[in-house]
Design a binder for this molecule. Structure first.
Ligand code: TYD
Ligand code: MG
Length: 444
């Protein structure tokens, strides 16, 4: 009996529908021709007591790029498969070519399989990046079977496959990039990586909505999923692990894309805000959570004397009703005459924040703008503000503080009710009960 699979979410159904019943996407449900994917675990295995199992730390091979090694948890894992996702042009091929070059220069036999670019294109880029080496081999074709035999044939020690959507598994039906093909390609790479005990990296494309293209199953098949992001206008790139079977998913790698490829950024404090010489009133920093990913956000406000009978409130990046509410709290609890001001609030960089943890930063920015006194640039504000002007705890404060510390913040203002054990080293934490406490700390 045939079955159908959605290329967006991987949902399986018995009939073909125009719209996926699970994720609601149109035109993504296609016939699933493949057999079900083989199980990773050994089917003949027997039960064991957890205590009797030898715990062997995974064997790691350094990528040679500091920020990448940190995100991976110390380097590539032998036999482990990593999926590197990111939007087109973000620098996935560049990053992998650079690590491939460094590893080859250290003497490892590296195979870079490209189904997207010709050998001369890749070689030209490798030369420009200083990544060329005798041990770096290119295989530029979309034929996966041949690529696998190259891996098998030459004692390859590190494999890059760029990209999982461009390659085609000849035995499988369908165009390259269809769910069946993506799954078959990934499975063949997983198999060869495990059988040869070499690390392999797959490049994966990302849809407009920011999801990895292809079946969800892809993320389950690999050991590590790395996501490479960046804002269009900025040369900075962020690397995070979304899934990591061999390490944490807390680490953040930062790179700058330049003339000669990606340069690891050690000092992250220069990323988001101006250093002390350009302090402006009305600017505050916070760490919002997007899913489980912490994001530093800069809140900018402008307060001008109103000429309207109702003062204007304009918000970009947060709900305007939220701004009305916070302005009322600031007026009533911090005695700032907000009714006399038009207030404009903007989250810099086009971010949009629903997280109430940004309340305190927004209030601090409004007060700072109204009284014309800047906030310190190395301080972030994390708290929900209630109608009584009280500062309430936020979810996962430890994760947010770690992110802030990683990016060079030295001070954080949080609710006095946060539990103590969550605080990381390297950041001075100021605990406040109310908005007024926070104002007294920095704006009086
Ligand atoms: P690329 O690695 O091809 O992106 P992806 O594989 O994620 O699609 O990077 C493409 C962009 O990076 C391209 O627009 C040019 C820019 N770039 C540089 O600015 N400097 C460089 O040294 C390289 C190689 C690329
Ligand atoms: Mg590419």
């Amino acid at each position: 009996m045939s079955r159908f699979i959605c290329s967006e979410c991987g949902a399986i159904s018995a009939i073909r529908t125009g719209k996926c019943n699970v994720c609601g996407s149109w035109g993504t449900v296609m016939q699933d021709i493949s057999a079900s994917a083989p199980n990773v675990a050994d089917s003949n295995s027997e039960r064991v007591s957890v205590r009797s199992v030898d715990v062997v730390p995974p064997e790691r091979i350094k990528s040679g790029i500091t920020e990448l090694d940190r995100v991976l948890g110390g380097g590539w894992v032998s036999g482990g498969v990593t999926l590197l996702g990111g939007q087109p042009g973000i620098g996935k091929s560049t990053l992998l070519l650079q690590t491939a070059g460094v590893m080859a220069q250290k003497g490892l036999r590296v195979l870079y399989i490209s189904g997207e670019e010709s050998a001369s294109q890749v070689a030209l880029r490798a030369r420009r990046l200083g990544a060329d080496s005798e041990n770096l081999y290119l295989f530029c074709s979309t034929n996966l079977e041949k690529a696998i035999s190259e891996v098998n044939g030459h004692n390859t020690e590190f494999v890059v496959l760029d990209s999982v959507q461009a390659m085609r598994a000849p035995e499988e039906a369908g165009w390259a990039g269809t769910p069946n093909q993506v799954r078959a390609v990934a499975q063949m790479i997983v198999d060869v990586a495990k059988s040869k005990n070499v690390p392999a990296v797959l490049v994966g494309h990302i849809t407009k909505e920011g999801r990895l293209a292809g079946p969800m199953l892809l993320e389950h098949m690999v050991d590590t999923v790395l996501i490479f992001t960046g804002e269009g206008y900025s040369s900075y790139r962020m690397l995070r692990a979304q899934k990591n079977r061999y390490g944490t998913t807390d680490e953040l790698g930062v790179f700058e894309m330049g003339e000669r490829g990606l340069i690891p950024v050690d000092d992250k404090s220069a990323l988001y805000w101006n250093r002390a010489d350009a302090l402006v009133p009305g600017v505050s920093m916070t760490v919002a959570l997007e899913g489980s990913v912490p994001l530093i956000a800069e809140i900018q406000t402008l307060c001008t004397a109103t000429t309207f009978s109702y003062p204007r409130r304009t918000a970009r990046g947060i709900d305007v009703n939220k701004l009305h509410l916070l302005a009322a709290v600031v007026e009533k609890r911090a005695s700032i005459p907000c009714a006399n001001y038009d207030i404009y609030l903007n989250i810099a960089g086009g971010l949009s924040i629903q997280d109430p943890s940004a309340d305190l930063a927004a209030c601090a920015a409004i007060v700072s703008a109204a009284i014309g006194k800047p906030l310190p640039p190395d301080c972030c504000f994390l708290g929900e503000v209630g109608l009584a002007g009280e500062v309430r705890p936020v979810t996962r404060v430890g994760l947010r503080l770690r992110e802030a510390a990683k990016l060079g913040f030295t001070n954080a203002v949080i609710s006095a009710r946060e539990k103590k054990d969550e605080f990381p080293l390297g950041i001075n934490v100021v605990r406040v009960k109310s908005l007024n406490d926070a104002i007294r700390e920095y704006l009086v």
